[in-house]
Write a protein that binds this ligand. Sequence first.
Ligand code: SF4
Length: 199
Amino acid sequence: MKLYPINEIFYSLQGEGRHSGEAATFVRFSGCNLQCPFCDTDHSRARAMTAEDIAAETAGNPARLVVLTGGEPSLFVDDALLDTLHAAGKYIAIETNGTNPLPAGIDWVTFSPKCGMADGADEIRLGRADEIKVVNTGQDLEQYFAMPQRSEKTLMYLQPCFVNDPDERRRIIADTVGRIKADPRWRLSAQIHRYIEIP
Ligand code: SF4
């Protein structure tokens, strides 16, 4: 029986992107194929769980939305896990760096490209994106509209980087809001869980 390396499973609100504000069970996988210098994920902690174990933990929460995140969940997610979660009535979203293909059947794909930020990050193998979510670092934003994973339906989210210093945070937010006002193809993804201080 296949075992999946799970860092943690927790119940909270989605703070980013299209499903912001919705209650969701987060399934965080352990491990990633990239080494982004700013990564704050603990990749060392993992417990081995079966698809049934994972579904049983998500079943304890009333929310239909399950967010597969990481680490990099595309390294581990397969049809067996998707089928088990779907059979339990869950709606499955994933957050991926796009460097691996995904099995069909995922309900919502959030593509968070790390192009230019780590070795291997530019080798995109993802097929489709329902939303593209990028952190505003002052980079060229036009590059994301040229990505083949984007369609006319893909939602484009620009996210200010959350920092603890209030003055710097205000500056970053103002810059992000300014970029969206200058190019309204973008929407704000505010990481609201950080501002209301929930996991
Ligand atoms: S892709 Fe995400 S999880 Fe992987 S190293 Fe970069 S920031 Fe960390």
